[in-house]
Design a protein around this ligand. Structure first.
Ligand code: ZN
Length: 184
């Protein structure tokens, strides 16, 4: 882990900051996505893990319930060396089938600007917290927030506490990945 610091243009965190226990950030890049499919999230997370890039994902869904339509979303910060979306049971095989069957249930163009605004703002806050930590109560690794668009609440997922201390069994440790680039 590098012991230097940088401003908003970089991604190296100074040693001793609340974020130094997070993934070894060999890259100065980060990825934030807002895609429609779980398969796309899966691909992006795999890419980011391969190149040690922090991955911030936001997303939401609208589905029909007895009382009307329900808006639910999530903000996910996936850090290399920490828990992944599969660990949180957010990405799982049956969802791939489900989304194919029900995507667009609320219509082709549901009005989702305001919930996506709340999700995107939270993601920006998580990013700012990574590069400019201003308090000590930052989760040590990947984190997920649950958004309830009907009650207008954004809370840290209870899965974060349940998975505390559990290693990711899908991507392994940072040193297991090997060099990200190959040259002949
Ligand atoms: Zn995992």
């Amino acid at each position: 882990m590098r012991n230097t610091s940088s401003g908003p243009s970089g991604f190296v965190i100074s040693a001793g900051s609340p974020s130094t226990s997070r993934a070894n950030r060999s890259s100065r890049s980060w990825v934030r996505s807002c895609v429609d499919r779980y398969t796309e999230r899966d691909q992006l997370e795999r890419l980011c893990r391969r190149f040690f890039i922090p991955y911030l994902d936001i997303g939401m869904d609208v589905y029909e319930a007895e009382s009307g339509y329900v808006l639910h979303g999530q903000v996910f910060l996936s850090l290399p060396g920490s828990l992944c979306m599969r660990c949180f049971n957010f990405l799982r095989p049956e969802l791939l089938e489900k989304e194919a069957q029900h995507y667009g249930e609320a219509g082709g163009r549901p009005q989702v600007i305001w919930p996506n605004g709340a999700l995107a703002s939270t993601a920006v806050g998580l990013f700012a917290q990574l590069i400019l930590p201003w308090h000590q109560e930052v989760p040590a690794g990947s984190v997920m927030y649950d958004y309830d668009g009907n009650r207008h609440t954004m809370v840290i997922s209870p899965r974060v506490a349940v998975l505390a201390g559990v290693p990711c069994s899908h991507f392994g440790a940072l040193h297991d990945t090997g060099a990200a680039l190959w040259t002949p």
